[in-house]
Write a protein that binds this ligand. Structure first.
Ligand code: C5P
Ligand code: MG
Length: 214
């Protein structure tokens, strides 16, 4: 895993399109990002990297110097310092390219803050576009409370959810707006069932020139 200083000091991306494709996947907590990504992996041959999953893994890794920091931030629904998340993503991308040989990535739950967006594109890889799953908060809340019964996640409870919504609106939506202004957002209405949403995803991707297959 690259060090924080390495990430912060780097001014050129280590990968660039078209050799490597990065699609960011955003949407409020409970919007269905992970569910939709799993489907895209099997039909489109993407590699799926969830920033939240990588952070939870690092949090639980014995000896991690970031464990406590990650735990605190996740519980409070706030954003982990970007150099940690970017280093985890870069390392994971490297492993996927070496291991599976895949070079098309869905980066799920990232970038959640402007500094992450700018630094990742500067130091790791520029993005192709952002898939944005749009869903009103009352539906998100209902889904998360239901997920909380079985997810075992420390942040799927009413208090953490409220904080995550606040972070999403104040900190993550500006990232969506930033890419929207550049014409780089593919917006998906995400209120329906997973099947319905997936049909929309495929249609939008087709319009964007992304076809199923590996
Ligand atoms: O995406 P997910 O809901 O799994 O993220 C869980 C938590 O991980 C977030 O609420 C936040 O605390 C942290 N996170 C982050 N930066 C990201 C993605 C997740 O700090 N890019
Ligand atoms: Mg997720």
């Amino acid at each position: 895993m690259p060090t924080a200083d390495e990430i912060l000091g780097r001014t050129k991306p280590i990968w660039t399109p078209p050799g490597v494709t990065v699609i960011f996947v955003l949407g409020g907590p409970g919007a269905g990002k992970g569910t939709q990504c799993a489907r895209l992996v099997s039909e489109y041959g993407f590699a799926h990297l969830s920033a939240g999953d990588l952070l939870r893994e690092e949090q639980d890794r014995p000896g991690s110097q970031f464990g406590d920091l990650i735990r605190e931030n996740i519980k409070n629904g706030v954003i982990v310092p970007m150099e940690v998340t970017i280093a985890l993503l870069e390392a994971a991308m490297g492993r996927v390219m070496e291991g599976e040989g895949k070079r098309k990535f869905l980066i799920d739950g990232f970038p959640r803050k402007m500094d992450q967006a700018l630094k990742f594109e500067e130091a790791v890889c520029p993005s192709a576009f952002t898939l944005f799953f749009d869903c009103p908060e009352d539906i998100l809340l209902e889904r998360l409370m239901k997920r909380g019964q079985t997810s075992g996640r420390s942040d799927d409870n009413a208090e953490s959810i409220r904080k995550r919504f606040k972070t999403f609106v104040e900190t993550s939506m500006p990232v969506v707006d930033f890419y929207e202004k550049q014409g780089k957002v593919v917006k998906i209405e995400a209120t329906g069932s997973p099947d319905e949403v997936y049909e929309t995803v495929k249609e939008r991707l087709r319009e964007r020139g992304v076809e199923a297959g590996n």
